[in-house]
Design a protein around this ligand. Sequence first.
Ligand code: GDP
Ligand code: MG
Length: 441
Amino acid sequence: LGGSISRAIQQMSNATVIDEKVLNECLNEITRALLQADVQFKLVRDMQANIKKIVNLDDLAAGHNKRKIIQQAIFNELCKMLDPGKPSFTLKKGKPSVVMFVGLQGSGKTTTCTKYAYYHQKKGWKPALVCADTFRAGAFDQLKQNATKAKIPFYGSYMESDPVKIAVEGVERFKKENCDLIIVDTSGRHKQEAALFEEMRQVSEATNPDLVIFVMDSSIGQAAFDQAQAFKQSVSVGAVIVTKMDGHAKGGGALSAVAATKSPVIFIGTGEHMDEFEVFDVKPFVSRLLGMGDWSGFMDKIHEVVPMDQQPELLQKLSEGNFTLRIMYDQFQNILKMGPISQVFSMLPGFSAELMPKGREKESQAKIKRYMTMMDSMTDEELDSSNPKLMNESRMMRIARGSGRHVKEVNEMLEEYKRLAKVWSKMKGLKIPKKGQMSAL
Ligand code: GDP
Ligand code: MG
């Protein structure tokens, strides 16, 4: 996919005159690529029409960078399609909220419920899990196992077969226990679809959730729209979570889910483990969809952010897949020098809204400085190692003492490092364009 889009844009940039024919050819190529990424046909068609309206051919003829203009228009259009125009319902910490998860069997509901609970627990919420899936054998055991691992209270039954009854009992119990995030996991059986949707309607009616989250497997393909719509018609879906984004799927179905439910994507699942869960960030997602990674924008940014003499070395290291703590340190330093940095952050892969939430740049900057202070207490060996096992407890204690910070903070910094290293490891084997070739994508 990435190849074909790059090729399309490349072909265009090689053409001397950009006329309507070239623009059409380019759009057709991109259409094919987006369809391959499971974006619904109708959505692709809409996008195509919009791009034609936005991209003014006269502007292109006069403009300096045609490739950039079209690329940006496509990018923006896709970003807009992922924005339903209203944020998902925001829950309040300390006030009991009920969140119901729906989605087909295998989509990742039970796993995602726990991730969602764990994520909020780390942020000071008091979550609890209720297993209202009485259909799948072993459903309760699975939830119980996950919940126990994350130390999250849970409720379910081996005997009771009425999901509505269990859901209501669980929600009531946890309301009494002052939990502020009561999560109801549901069944997603495939076979009797009508019965499934009726069951969802009943569970929703009985527990009156503040938010219903539709969980979607990123690899379901063109089925995404109908599936999301079917759930939306039986319960009031207010948000979407896309799972298995660590696989091959580009997740074009997410556009369909947003269109069908008129709700935003709030998180993505990136693995089977509890912490493989990320706040959804539109731009990197669209980049992935287009198969450009963030590379085109990222490469441009690297040229702006990283001092010229350090660029080849950095790119070389990244292509070898060695993202060390020292690289992270250098990146932080460059970023702090930049001034208004949220923009740069949004381009760098992995430096998502998590590390640099919009409107909270000051806090984030302070956090980065704190991280750097701790890294100043690290040895060369530690900074240059790419062995994750090196950082044992005694080393962490020493760093904490040396920098006057808490071990918990050192751990937090190392977690951030691991997260970034994982993202950057995808650059391994990246073909590094030489300078000058860069502008041709
Ligand atoms: P449910 O039937 O909707 O409750 O789905 P489960 O939570 O049982 O998940 C089905 C399978 O998908 C399990 O094997 C999970 O480990 C796996 N899974 C869930 N989310 C992810 C993800 O983000 N990445 C990967 N690789 N696997 C996932
Ligand atoms: Mg389940």
